[in-house]
Design a protein around this ligand. Structure first.
Ligand SMILES: Nc1ncnc2c1ncn2[C@@H]1O[C@H](COP(=O)(O)OP(=O)(O)OP(=O)(O)O)[C@@H](O)[C@H]1O
Ligand SMILES: [Mg+2]
Length: 427
């Protein structure tokens, strides 16, 4: 006997594919809501409803009508841009989901800043600016200072985010933020954010909330590029913070989860911890962490997060207790320059302790100096029982990767370079 059908909002991407596999393994029919702008679903689907994600009212109508026709009993998304739509659809269908009145706050960083501030969560001091005068006022505010961060209101994947060290850089950074690709276009907010720079080490907290009961599965340490554009080039979990720091981080994250109305589902909260152990929340997303964090949870802790999220969405008890006590890390390879990738050597092969490797960039094709997640060229995962050994092995493997990138015609000759992420991760 098959259970209720499962509907994914956007079925492209590795996390959606894993959710689809988890549902199919439990004999649920898997449907998807898609838009022609998105990629193809990787898994075969029982059916799909094509709608316009840029028009939420219309999308809710299309999707709920489809869901009612197909006996859908769970609606999920791994797509950052669709978490608010998921909350609206779940509410309309009476399925377990997040609070639709607050879901916008997990998507729109200006609304998020207001909601988190009102809930007493420590966040960077934030200005929402709409024009050059407001930009000037924000930069003149002594509470902002330099460096500061200029970013889009509703971006993702680090696109359009710039760390600015002087007023002279602000206009270009503001243009970059304004022009950041808006995945589904649509109307709405103009504005960009100017924020104080939170100095410290970057982490994320991976959490599942079910019936408003929150379980923190792991804290993940990030490797992030330096400079003007910050891109995550590595995630490692679980990190064991000093108990007092962990308690402080969990307090902030719990308050953030409540403030943005997460009741049933995953959340991924990015935080910076300073040298005094103080935690600042950079952002919260009402979805599983991307960057293969789901795989890391499985390999390090034995948690099948995709099946767990399916259970949460179906309103069934989710298995969230670790069954393993290892460590896992993913390392992304990036190019330090824009040009044409002419060769790649030393990229690791799948094998014991290296369960996943994937290279995405074509030899002979263009590559970008890294300024957003989309510029990452490939990744590999290393796992094992001992955190220090896993990290050391990942560092060694990353150092062996060599890219040859030919500069664009105006540049110099071909150049043998080490991957930027390797350099960034070297101890
Ligand atoms: N206020 C801040 N202080 C310090 N660093 C920041 C701040 N805001 C952003 N950053 C840096 O820029 C990166 C990207 O910013 P942010 O997370 O807000 O953008 P995003 O597009 O939502 O990213 P992603 O989807 O990749 O998580 C952060 O991971 C962090 O390294
Ligand atoms: Mg982020």
């Amino acid at each position: 006997m098959t259970g209720p059908a499962v509907l994914l909002l956007d079925a492209a991407g590795p996390e959606s594919a894993a959710l689809a596999r988890a549902a199919a393994a439990r004999s649920h029919q898997v449907h998807a809501a898609t838009t022609t702008a998105d990629g193809q679903a990787p898994a075969p689907l029982a059916g799909q409803v094509v709608t316009d994600f840029a028009r939420p009212d219309r999308a809710v109508e299309d999707i709920t009508a489809y869901a009612r026709r197909h006996r859908v009993g769970a609606v999920l998304t791994a797509n950052e841009y669709l978490t608010e739509l998921a909350a609206l659809v779940c509410a309309e269908l009476g399925l377990p989901g997040n609070d639709p009145r607050l879901a916008h706050a997990a998507r729109d960083k200006a609304t998020m800043a207001s909601a988190l501030t009102a809930a007493g969560v420590r966040i960077p001091y934030t200005w929402l600016v709409h024009d050059d005068t407001e930009l000037h006022d924000a930069l003149a505010d002594a509470a902002v200072g330099f460096p500061c961060v200029i970013k889009p209101v509703s971006g993702a994947g680090s696109a359009g985010v710039t760390v600015v060290t002087s007023a002279a850089q602000a206009a270009a950074a503001a243009d970059t933020a304004r022009m950041a690709h808006r995945r589904y276009g649509g109307e709405g907010e103009a504005g960009i954010l100017v924020q104080t720079y939170a100095a410290g080490d970057e982490y994320s907290v991976e959490t599942v909330t079910q019936d408003a009961v929150t379980t923190h599965l792991a804290v993940t340490r990030k490797v992030v590029t330096g400079g003007a554009h910050r891109v995550e080039t590595g995630h490692s979990l679980p990190v064991r913070l000093p108990p007092a720091t962990a308690a402080a981080v969990h307090r902030e994250v719990d308050a953030a989860i409540r403030a943005v109305g997460i009741r049933h589902g995953a959340s991924h909260t990015e935080v910076v911890i300073d040298t005094d152990g103080r935690c600042t929340v950079i952002e919260i997303a009402a979805r599983l962490g991307a960057g293969h964090i789901g795989l890391l949870l499985r390999h390090a802790l034995g948690i099948d997060i995709f099946t767990a999220l399916l259970d949460v969405a179906l309103g069934r008890p989710a298995a969230l207790t670790p069954t393993a006590h290892g460590h896992a890390t993913v390392r992304f390879i990036t190019s330090p320059r824009t040009g044409r990738l002419t060769s790649l050597t030393g990229f690791p092969k799948r094998g014991p302790g290296v369960p996943y490797v994937r290279w995405r960039a074509a030899i002979g094709g263009p590559v970008n100096a890294v300024s957003a997640n989309a510029d990452r060229l490939g990744y590999f995962i290393v796992t094992g029982p001992d955190a220090a050994e896993v990290e050391q092995r990942a560092d060694t493997l990353a150092r062996q990767v060599r890219l040859q990138v030919e500069p664009p015609p105006s540049g110099g000759g071909p150049d043998q370079v080490r991957s930027a992420s390797t350099a960034a991760m070297a101890p």
